[in-house]
Design a binder for this molecule. Structure first.
Ligand SMILES: *Cc1c(COP(=O)(O)O)cnc(C)c1O
Length: 222
């Protein structure tokens, strides 16, 4: 199925108006479809599986900025740190330690978002606020010199209840505001990655500056 170009241009314009970054989530989709969006100017793409990401990165242009948005196993970290732009789902101290270890080996420092658990479902990965605080304190104390923590990422509950989605995004924005601007030393603007195909408008209204959109662009995944 071809990508939905109309949707792409419409979403891109909406995001530009909000100064938010679009990550096109291409998991399970073939490289031809990624090329179609690339030809329209899209450079940020998100993938969930290490093997799939590596195979695609090999076949596609070098100036694509790959975002790893899935749950990353520690034994796979070293496979992606040499080339990935942003590891979005850092959901434990253990994982951050491994990224730190691998980060010392390449040229540029791996950039990460810490994933915060905001959804009701138990199955979604992420730290609670106390864990996040602990990790950020260690980071500020200099424990992870080979990693750059750029911001936070979160996934809302799988629901059509708009008020519920909104309240979960509000929680993440509040945590971001509390933990990020003054407490973390950074030289570039912070990243708050929230919003997907079904809820990105609400996420933007609640302060997101990066959204991860798959099915609206590529169609439903089987
Ligand atoms: C698959 C996925 C997305 C994109 O989901 P859509 O509903 O297809 O837009 C966004 N974020 C994460 C973490 C995902 O796993």
């Amino acid at each position: 199925m071809p990508v939905n170009k109309e949707a792409y241009f419409r979403i891109k314009a909406e995001l530009d108006a909000n100064q938010a970054v679009l990550v096109a989530v291409s998991k399970t989709k073939p490289v031809e479809e990624i090329r179609e969006l690339y030809a329209l100017g899209q450079r940020d793409f998100g993938e969930n599986y290490v093997q799939e990401l590596m195979e695609k990165a090999d076949l596609l242009p070098d100036d694509i900025r790959w975002h790893f948005i899935g749950h990353l196993q520690t034994n796979k970290v070293k496979l992606i740190t040499p080339f990935v732009q942003l590891i979005q789902g850092v959901d434990s101290l253990k994982l951050l330690k491994e990224i730190q270890k691998q980060g010392g080996k390449g040229g540029r420092l791996p950039e990460c978002l810490l994933q915060v658990h905001i959804a009701q479902e138990e199955t979604k990965f992420g730290m609670d606020e106390a864990e996040l605080k602990e990790v950020l304190e260690k980071y500020q104390a200099g424990e992870f010199p080979q990693v750059r923590i750029r911001g936070l990422m979160g996934m809302a509950s799988l629901t059509d209840d708009k008020e519920k989605l909104r309240s979960e995004f509000k929680v993440l924005k509040r945590i971001y505001d509390d933990q990020f601007p003054d407490k973390v030393d950074r030289t570039e603007p912070g990243i708050l990655s929230m919003g997907m195909s079904g809820d990105y408008r609400i996420a933007l209204e609640e302060g997101s500056n990066m959204v991860r959109i798959g099915s609206l662009l590529f169609g439903e995944r089987s």
